[in-house]
Design a protein around this ligand. Sequence first.
Ligand SMILES: [Zn+2]
Length: 143
Amino acid sequence: MMKGKHIALVVALIILLPTAVKAQPLQLQTVETDGTVYEVVEELEPFTVTTYCPCQKCNGEWTGYPAKNGEPLRAGYTVAVDPNVIPLNTWLYLEGIGIRKACDTGGKVKGQKIDLLIGDCGGMNTYENVRVWVVEGDGNGAD
Ligand SMILES: [Zn+2]
């Protein structure tokens, strides 16, 4: 009796241990927003996400100009990045925020920072440790 239990315990450990060692954090293969499915290319290191809007206070001398890549500033679409960290025109999925395009740059947007374009200064916010994935996309799911 005792010996049988002992063997069963050893067998259970042999089965369970390699699984525990190999356990990986959940890796996204795709993200879906508004019915559009995006293939995930890679997850980046987490970012601090701040917000800006098209107003003069946020843009200073660049007020009224398009984003760095030539596209108009659009809330729900445009983000500013450090192009040394994320190349311009890269499509991104920001956890809890959605699909955005790296269109713009900014003097304060350096390193692991993303500046999220919003409609006006009323909703200004900072989000820490936001998970960000590079996705293949054409922007149909940007809101
Ligand atoms: Zn503003």
